[in-house]
Each structure stands twice: as C-alpha cells, then as structure tokens.
Design a protein around this ligand. Sequence first.
Ligand code: SAM
Length: 286
Amino acid sequence: MDLNSPSAIRNIAAKHGFVFKKGLGQNFLTSGEALEHIADAAEIESGALEIGPGFGVLTSELAKRAEKVVAVEIDERLIPVLAETLMEYDNVKVINADVMKTDLAELIKNEFGGKSVSIAANLPYYITTPIITMLLESRIPVKNIVVMVQKEVAERISAEPGTKDYGALSVLCRYFTRPELICVVPAELFVPKPKVDSAVLRLRVLDKPSVSVSDEKLFFRTVKAAFSQRRKTLLNCLSANFPYGRTALSDALDSAGIDPRRRGETLSPEEFAALSERLRELPDGR
Ligand code: SAM
C-alpha cells in the first residue's frame, strides 16, 4: 500500500476514524525518499526492530530489506490500521506495548534468537532522549540504531566537545556508538506538520565502549554532574553533586590533568573517564 503522500496518510486516517495524538508524538512521515534513507542506513543483516510504526510506512521499507521485522507500537488504535497497511508482508510482527516498559533483551532473544538487530525509528519526540538512553544503557545486541529525531537533538548528539550543543547525551552516545548525521528532513514532510525540522541519525554501536572505565555508573554520574549547571565551573558542579569537600574534588581534578575552573562542556570523553577514575579512588567514591 502506497502511503507516501500527505493525502494518502489523511485518507487512511479518515477511513479508520484515526485522530493524531500530539501527546504520543504522532507526526507521520510522508516522504518515500526519507523512508528509504532510514531503511538503507539501518544496514539490516537479518532482523530489524522498529519503535512506533504508526501507519507502517517505515515498517514496510524495513520488511523489504529484513528477514523479520518486529515493531513495537504503544497506541492500540493503530493495531487494526497496521493489520491493513502491512497485509502484504508475512515477515512483520506488531507488538502493542510501550517500548519503555518492554524487556528488549527478552524480545530480541525470543524473536531474533538473540542475534544482533538493527533498530530503526521515527522517534516520538516527547521521549527521544529516554529511548536512546535506554537503548544504549541496556546493552542489548544491536548493530545500528537509525533514528529520526528533532534536528537540534541530532546536533546535540553529534556535537564535538567545546561546542554549545555538546552535553551529557553527546558523551553517552559517543561512549557506546559512532554517531553520523544521515540527512535533514523538513517539517513539511510530516502529517501533522511539527514545529521544527528533523534529522536522521545513525548510531553505529561499537564493539566496546570508546573509552575504558572501571565503574560505568560512576562515569555516567560524573558526566551528568558536570553538565548539571552549564554556567558553573566543573568544581562547583561536582561539589553540588558528590558528597566530597572542594579540596578533595579539586585534587581529583588536578590529578586527572583537568583545570577545576573548566566547564563540563569542554571535557572530552577521555577526560571524563580519567576524572571518574580519580573520583573512584576517593573514600566511599561511588
Ligand atoms: N513510524 C511512523 C512514521 O514514520 O510515520 C510513526 C512515527 S511517529 C513520530 C511516533 C510513533 O511512536 C507513533 O506511532 C506513536 O504512537 C508511537 N509511540 C509513542 N510513544 C511510544 C512508546 N512509548 N512506545 C512505543 N511506541 C510509541
């Protein structure tokens, strides 16, 4: 079924009496070209997992390239629509669930025999960062994550240290993956039209994290603390978030080779790793 135009999307919505829910981030993509870019960028080997299939426009592109596609959709009103739009594909399974409450490790084990999958999604914007964080931190077997996100989120994720967009999400993504901007998608190509443009981002999951740390939780806690108050120095941010005196923190920064007056957004992932190693050596350092 060809749904690659605003009128086709509106027609199928009207046929099923479907009203878009802003609260679920329901801005559906109508560009065949952008959908092909996402599906190609996923470089699917055998299995693909989609988050939020909507009317199934991306799902069908994935189904053409994968042995099997599993699509997790929270909105039960979309299940009968998907049964119709994906009728011609026998390699697609739709699961009606909230992806944030789904055990994806179990799903990948049951549906794909535990083999590494590609994840593709036009993500609901209200929950982009929690979904990306969950996908990365849960350490599920994933090769590539290709997501459509708001353009400014894509810029934040791919930002270099020292730039205004660089933040905790950039460090998290660079720790687990190599982020690449695939293309920008203008707001006009969605129904309903969102306020801002979007971008497709590919996160190639690394075989091992980009920097080595002995305590991952402490590493992420250090990163979050460093970005907790952007205009403050690293020393101030750390002392507001860790139960240590300023002298101990200042010494830890010095011994990691980091000037305590610097700001979090100037630290590379390697420097965050060195800092979290020094914090770990402090008494009760976790
Ligand atoms: N894939 C379709 C497309 O590209 O046109 C729809 C994308 S739309 C931006 C986001 C989709 O995610 C919607 O279908 C929405 O119902 C679904 N969704 C929102 N929150 C979700 C959640 N927590 N778990 C699973 N799906 C969710």
